[in-house]
Design a protein. Structure first.
Lengths: 314, 351
């Protein structure tokens, strides 16, 4: 139900704008993210979450209040907060003896949880420990997924999608060549460890048009251990990935362009009877009555001559 | 020759100074340029990954190689120049990522929107300021300083001839406005109900309070009566009971013909209709009403005859009292001998 279809109309213009921004749109902007703390977060878990938040700035919100819940059991807290903050992604940190330094990353669809993955942070080096110039906030990062495990393991396949969704910011049409500064690399091994590294791209001269790439490690360096996952059913996935008609590329049927750039089209016509084709009439070229008479006479003579010729030859 | 060799050597030295941008890999990377994504499916060097000391270096070199390949692909794209920045146009991304909200459903059009679409009416943009002839200045159509301008214009409202001289014109104006606002609100709610497929009775509004008004009750009674098997033909009426009147009640009674809403004609069809209507009116030949013409004719003849009789009476002399039966007189024929089957009057056919 849209704003215009509400029984009680919004009274203020600002309220109307807020309601309009909450409505589903054909083309969506960058997904917002919320970071919150669950039961008993440790210092390391909090720091990891804070660093991921720094990576996701400005499309993120860090909530400082401690909430007493377990994400894999009780999802209502996350869903409510996502609705309030209009966020589609979330990150939760917690700590217990069984699951030390626990981070849960996930995404929602229509304010309901779509996917959730639980990771344990083993080795962690914060951004502040790397003493160098960082990348500007808001740059679109390049994503690297190393290792055959991303393709072979079914769960990791979906996780790749989750990570891409989490970090890719938004769909852009054009990108400044100087603006490719940030790289995030995810390396997965068979025993469930994911090595997360973040680098800054330095472009050096190479003598050719394409520059030589050198990397400098800036951001957090985390060794994740994959724990539990809660992935959405295939139907829900298909429903969530549906593309609206306006965005779908239009199928071009009979059009083509030649080397010069002219648009060529093909039309299909039925069979034509050449004797009965309708051509343009030029009034000036029309035969007058006299001309017609003369033609008739000529034809007659020709016929006679042909007949005589036949008669003589026969 | 020497010069050529010298130049070639110089170039070679130059290129050797720079590090290569090509990378050797067993398997090609799957690169999705649209999302700046590169997937490397080559086997990892697990030994160096396990050792703490070599891990970071190994990962960094791996990342460097893959980033190089990704950027090589990006640099192959055509560049443009937008606002003093060199920019590449990225292709459409191949990875399908889920949306955050479902696809928006198309909203059903309101009654006015459908009509406007059928007729081809488009909105014309109005400027905020309008020239007012009376005030001789630019007056805003809405917003700031509008009411002040209206007040200036309405310092005096004349009471027209046909209206009671004691009416308060200002009150009348404000009550008309509030009626318009209420009507607009009702239509908006009707549009919403139509969009949501909520059924609303066509006659009046549904009963809001516990007690229905008199008109609502009479409508309900009419409907209840007509809901019998014989559609209310044999239902008795109370001595002083009035039939319910109003818009749309006639159609609610089952069995009576329901007037279907006529389809909105396209502009061409409407034009044709109007032109044919005008033709029909203007090309009409005067229709002759036979009955009227005949009776008029008879009347004229009778008047003539009576006048003749009046004028003929004195010269003819005295007539005998007691009229003789005129045996040569013919049987009186109605319609003067002309067959007129259409004439409904009984006529003097019988003696």
């Amino acid at each position: 139900m849209g704003v215009i279809q509400r029984i009680k109309k919004p009274t203020t213009r600002k309220g109307k704008k807020v309601l309009l921004s909450r409505e589903p749109k054909a083309i969506e902007g960058p997904k917002q993210c919320i970071f919150l703390q669950a039961r008993n977060p440790s210092e390391r878990a909090r720091k990891v979450l804070k660093d991921i938040y720094n990576l996701k700035k400005p499309d993120a919100a860090y909530l400082s209040r401690k909430n007493d819940f377990v994400p894999f059991e009780d999802t209502t807290v996350i869903e409510k907060l996502c609705y309030k903050k209009e966020a589609a992604l979330f990150g939760v940190s917690s700590h217990s003896k069984k699951r030390p330094h626990n981070i849960v990353l996930g995404r929602t669809f229509n304010y309901n949880i779509l996917d959730m993955i639980e990771l344990g942070a083993d080795n962690f080096k914060a951004m502040s420990e790397f003493h160098n110039i960082k990348v500007l906030a808001g740059t679109k990062p390049c994503l690297l997924f190393n290792g055959p495990a991303w393709v072979l393991n079914q769960e990791l396949k979906r996780l790749k999608n989750v990570f891409t969704d989490f970090f890719y910011r938004e769909k852009v049409e054009t990108i400044r060549l100087q603006g490719l500064e940030h790289v995030l690399s995810f390396t997965a091994t068979d025993d469930g460890t994911i090595y997360f590294r973040s680098y800054r791209i330095l472009l050096k001269k190479s003598g050719q048009r394409t520059p030589r790439v050198e990397l400098e490690e800036i951001g957090p360096s985390i060794d994740f251990k994959l724990r539990r996952t809660k992935l959405a059913s295939d139907d829900l996935c298909i429903e969530a990935c549906r593309i609206p008609k306006e965005v779908k590329p239009v199928a071009k049927k009979n059009k083509s362009t030649d080397a010069f750039g002219t648009k060529m089209g093909r039309i299909h016509m039925g069979k034509q009877d050449i004797n009965r084709l309708q051509t343009r009439k030029m009034k000036g070229l029309k035969k007058s009555a006299e001309e017609k008479k003369q033609m008739h006479k000529k034809k007659k003579l020709a016929k006679k001559a042909a007949k005589q010729a036949n008669a003589t030859s026969a | 020759m020497d010069i050529v060799n010298e130049i070639l050597e110089k170039e070679q030295r130059k290129t050797e100074k720079y590090k290569p941008i090509t990378v050797e890999k067993h398997l090609e990377l799957e690169i999705d340029v649209g999302t700046l994504l590169a997937s490397d499916t080559n086997d990892l060097d697990l030994k160096s990954l396990r050792s703490e000391s070599e891990r970071d270096l190994c990962l960094q070199s791996l990342a460097r190689d893959n980033t190089q390949l990704l950027l090589n692909k990006i640099w192959e794209l055509p560049t443009e120049r937008i606002d003093e920045a060199i920019v590449v146009r990225l292709p459409t991304p191949k990875t399908v990522l889920p949306r955050s909200k479902p696809v928006p459903k198309p909203k059903p059009l309101t009654k006015w929107q459908e009509f406007a679409k059928a007729k081809g009416i488009t909105k014309t943009k109005k400027d905020k300021l309008q020239w007012d002839e009376q005030l001789q200045k630019w007056v805003p159509l809405y917003g700031f300083k509008r009411t002040a301008a209206e007040k200036q214009k309405d310092w005096l409202i004349e009471v027209p001839q046909h209206v009671d001289p004691l009416t308060d014109m200002y009150e009348k104006k404000s009550s008309e406005k509030s009626e318009k606002v209420a009507k607009n609100e009702l239509q908006r709610l009707k549009n919403i109900a139509r969009a949501k497929k909520v059924k609303i009775p066509r006659v009046g509004l549904p009963v809001t309070s516990d007690k229905a008004s008199a008109t609502q009750l009479s409508t309900a009674a009419v409907l209840a009566k007509a809901s019998t098997a014989s559609l209310g033909k044999f239902q008795d009426k109370l001595p002083k009971e009035k039939e319910a009147r109003g818009k749309g009640i006639h159609e609610l009674i089952p069995g009576k013909e329901r007037k279907r809403r006529a389809p909105i004609p396209t502009p061409q069809v409407e034009k044709e209709n109007n032109l044919s209507l005008i033709d029909r009116i203007l090309n009409k030949r005067p229709k002759i009403d036979m009955d009227k013409a005949v009776s008029k004719h008879i009347n004229e003849e009778q008047i003539q005859r009576s006048e003749e009789k009046k004028s003929m009476k004195p010269p003819k002399g005295k007539r005998k009292a007691g009229a003789q039966t005129n045996f040569s007189a013919k049987k009186p024929k109605a319609g003067k001998g002309q067959r007129n089957p259409g004439k409904k009057t009984p006529g003097r056919k019988r003696r």
